[in-house]
Design a protein around this ligand. Structure first.
Ligand SMILES: Nc1ncnc2c1ncn2[C@@H]1O[C@H](COP(=O)(O)OP(=O)(O)OP(=O)(O)O)[C@@H](O)[C@H]1O
Length: 280
């Protein structure tokens, strides 16, 4: 398997100075070129797993491999797109996108040519000389996707990349991300709190439980041959994931608030107005 997570665990020291297992053991395998999402309650270790794959966090137990090689440090083959675009405000959009290539010692002209290719892909080529403060939140996030793609990574690790954006912008970027994924063949691992987003974008959704973070379910999302997911299937899959997560959230609330707490299932619902779906 291409990207393999085998018995991976992570421990952090809590407020009482005790080492606590926050994640694992996790076993999962991601195929090359696939689009996989992780959803789970806050604090279940989604970002921690993503950062371990990025080589930004150490693995305490188990093994992470890509193409059979152990992941021990960050590499340009695995690039992270964060929730905030994190662009350099003093650089133009083109300079922001070419920055990583300059570090890789790619000649200026070749770097700019490649950067323009990816700026075109995210529909921002005419903003090459603008500065980040002149762009909307959605445009900035497009730049950060171009900045990641220009490194031509094998894996794009996306940590709630659209959660700070309004729903309309988010919908447009969903479509663009899927187009980019199809065009480039990059493998995408996408972390989100938005269940519908995970269902709409991915081929597979891992549903995480918490304390410690473990995989509760692995859900394959079947699509029509044109890549579209029928509405009914979207809602059914979303409902299925919510049901799994409700048990998890109830577990956390019981731990935090004691037996007196009665879990109100109405708190989680499918929105009849077709908004961007259920958040957890
Ligand atoms: N550097 C750290 N030191 C101590 N504890 C940490 C550290 N990083 C994360 N944690 C803890 O590990 C757990 C998992 O955190 P993580 O951010 O991976 O969860 P998450 O599922 O991504 O959460 P969210 O959805 O809220 O972003 C949390 O309980 C968090 O408080």
């Amino acid at each position: 398997m291409y990207l393999k997570v085998s018995g991976v665990e992570k421990f952090f020291v809590n407020d009482q100075q005790e080492a606590t297992r926050v994640l694992g053991p996790i076993d999962l395998a991601i195929e090359k070129g696939s689009f996989v999402s992780i959803v789970g309650p806050s604090g279940c270790g989604k970002s921690t797993l993503l950062y371990m794959i990025a080589g930004l966090e150490e693995v305490d137990q188990g093994q992470l491999t890509m193409n059979g090689k152990q992941i021990v440090r960050p590499g340009v083959d695995r690039v992270v797109v964060f929730q905030e675009a994190g662009l350099f405000p003093w650089m133009t959009i083109l300079e922001n996108v070419t920055y990583g290539l300059k570090i890789k010692k790619i000649a200026k002209q070749a770097a700019e040519k490649k950067a323009m290719e990816y700026l075109k892909m995210v529909h921002l080529s005419k903003y090459r000389d603008a500065y980040p403060h002149q762009l909307s939140g959605g445009m900035k996030q497009r730049v950060s996707i171009a900045r990641a793609l220009v490194m031509e990574p094998e894996v794009l690790l996306m940590d709630e990349p659209f959660s700070a954006l309004d729903e309309q912008t988010r919908m447009v970027l969903h479509k663009e991300l899927v187009d980019i994924w199809r065009k480039t063949g990059v493998t995408i691992l996408f972390v989100t709190h938005n269940i519908r987003e995970a269902v709409l974008l991915s081929e597979k959704v891992y549903v995480f439980g918490t304390r410690p973070g473990i995989i509760k379910a692995e859900i394959a999302i079947p699509r029509l041959t044109n890549g579209i997911l029928p509405d009914q299937l979207t809602l059914q899959t979303e409902q299925r994931i919510l049901t799994i997560l409700q048990t998890e959230i109830e577990k956390v609330l019981k731990e935090e608030l004691g037996d007196d707490y009665r879990f109100e299932t109405e708190l989680l619902h499918l929105d009849a107005d077709h908004d961007m779906g259920s958040y957890i």
